[in-house]
Design a protein around this ligand. Structure first.
Ligand SMILES: Nc1ncnc2c1ncn2[C@@H]1O[C@H](COP(=O)(O)OP(=O)(O)OP(=O)(O)O)[C@@H](O)[C@H]1O
Ligand SMILES: [Mg+2]
Length: 498
């Protein structure tokens, strides 16, 4: 075949315009000619030099070089795209074919090229797909995508956690309607197609519940979108945010807030009653004084004298109540001093006995006369007895028997106070929680749940201990033990006795 000069010129040009390496070597790997791009890459004379030394810095033909195969087989050979670990770069594919002359290989053509459709793009795509897969699977929110028939296409770990369905199960052709009922699925699609929930194709912050197979209901905040190809709906994707923790935190916070308000109210009430008691002291003093004067200085009829005596008696009772109330609510810094525990119990009972809650409660007191004074902060002890006795009366709903016993523990170094009631008892699962702050079984507004936690703290401060035994249907007994010798926090005896 004879070619015109023009043809030859075009053929050469077509090779020279390529921006890929194109070169021809001898069967012993010497460079015979190169295209313009190759010569520009190596700005020195390359003709006659060994190709592996010149182009690839190898002392012998490169590993995997397609030309080596061509020399052996006479057949064209391809080396797939390679990653060069030295340069951290992808090297393009290399293709080599022989130029046969007299049944021998006269020369070999070598060229670099990128695959049509581009390997680089494919790799990039693979990598970005892997990145997105990672992104979706590590999302804290459940991500579920479905096609328009409802078949699940994407389902991450968080979705598995929320739904209780494994990723494998979900991705094995499961329908989204197995996770939430048909009407919910339909409702979501309707909202997605409407303009009213964040724009067409979008659904923002939609509250729904997912009921798992194990019966657990999970509150969900759903953000969803329709995926379009042109105008056509092809898929839907939903981001499911589990609200359980947030809702629990919110309700705990609200509860704590209410309880704190209640505690504040109680403390304010305590202060108020102490204030009122104080105010009553002076007029009560006046009533007593003048009633006595009337009795002593006037020669009154017997009936009038009896009336005056009655006035005096009642005024004295009022004064006693005021005194106990003041003692009870006294705001003092914590001072641990020897006190008569029996007296403290009697004072609490004195304040409570006439309350309607105690009208039908039989109170049995078995207070040891031999009980020595116990080192306590009296005001705190008042709180302890008041809380436990009130709890007992509340549990018995005003009907039953309250037993209070005091004494010395067998080995003599502790006083004990036992307070028992014949109430309904405390169920086993509730028992471990009764000393927790804010734990209450009472209706909202009825109890703060702080009573026993305060009691526990106070007894701890006194280096004592408190335990509870309860039998449902029979009653509850609280047992407090207080050391007769007070030890400070370092465990040393502080002072001579206390
Ligand atoms: N004697 C008892 N019999 C049965 N249950 C009791 C008794 N004492 C305490 N409890 C249980 O322990 C819970 C916690 O008691 P605690 O005194 O700490 O709070 P509260 O009485 O509910 O509220 P508050 O003391 O603030 O009025 C109570 O709600 C109740 O369920
Ligand atoms: Mg209480």
């Amino acid at each position: 075949m004879k070619r015109s000069d023009k043809e030859i010129e075009y053929l050469l040009k077509s090779i020279d315009v390529s921006d890929r390496k194109f070169f021809i070597i001898s069967p012993d790997f010497k460079i015979l000619t190169v295209n313009r791009y190759t010569s520009e890459q190596h700005n020195h004379d390359v003709i006659g030099k060994l190709c592996h030394e010149t182009f690839y810095e190898c002392s012998s033909p490169c590993k995997g070089c397609p030309a080596v195969g061509v020399v052996e087989t006479f057949m064209p050979a391809l080396r797939e795209k390679q990653y060069d670990k030295k340069s951290f770069k992808w090297e393009s594919c290399q293709f080599s074919y022989p130029i046969i002359e007299d049944k021998k290989i006269g020369a070999l053509v070598l060229l670099d090229f990128e695959r049509p459709g581009s390997m680089a793009v494919e790799e990039e795509l693979k990598r970005s797909n892997a990145f997105f897969r990672n992104l979706i699977s590590s999302s804290i929110d459940g991500v579920i995508a479905t096609n328009m028939k409802g078949k699940i296409l994407i389902f991450n770990d968080a979705a598995a956690e929320i739904s209780g369905i494994s990723v494998r199960e979900a991705l094995s052709g499961m329908d989204i309607r197995s996770i939430y009922p048909d009407d919910v699925a339909r409702g979501i699609m309707e909202k997605l197609r409407s303009e009213d929930y964040g724009g067409k194709g979008k659904l923002k912050s939609y509250r729904m519940d997912v009921t798992r197979d194990d019966g657990k209901t999970i509150p969900i905040l759903l953000n969803a979108a329709l995926v379009y190809e042109g105008e056509r709906e092809v898929a839907s994707i939903g981001f499911f945010h589990d609200m359980s923790e947030e809702l629990k935190m919110k309700s705990d916070l609200e509860k704590t807030h209410v309880q704190l308000l209640q505690a504040e109210k109680m403390s304010a009430l305590g202060k108020l009653s102490a204030g009122v008691a104080h105010q009553l002291n002076n007029p009560l003093g006046g009533i007593t004084l003048f009633a006595k004067l009337l009795l002593e200085e006037y020669d009154l009829e017997e009936a009038a004298q009896d009336d005056l005596k009655r006035i005096l008696l009642d005024a004295e009772r009022c004064r006693d109540t005021v005194k106990e109330l003041l003692e009870f609510a006294r705001q003092t810094s914590h001072i641990i001093q020897p006190h008569n525990i029996n007296k403290a119990i009697l004072r609490t009972l004195f304040l409570l006995e006439n309350q309607s809650l105690f009208q039908n409660v039989k109170i049995i007191k078995d207070l040891s006369e031999d009980l020595p004074d116990v080192p306590v902060d009296m005001q705190q002890m008042n709180h302890v007895f008041m809380n436990i006795i009130l709890n007992a009366a509340q549990a018995m709903e005003g009907h039953g028997t309250l037993n209070i016993t005091t004494g010395i523990v067998d080995n003599q170094d502790k006083a004990f106070i036992k307070i028992s009631d014949t109430g309904p008892g405390i169920p086993e699962d509730v028992l471990p929680q009764i000393f927790d702050p804010f734990f209450t079984t009472k209706d909202e507004g009825q109890g703060t749940g702080l009573g026993l936690s305060m009691v526990y703290g106070i007894i701890q401060d006194h280096k004592g201990n408190i335990s509870v035994k309860s039998t449902v249907g029979e009653g509850t007994t609280f047992n407090i033990e207080l050391p007769l010798k007070y030890k400070n926090h370092e465990g040393e005896n502080s002072g001579e006795q206390y």
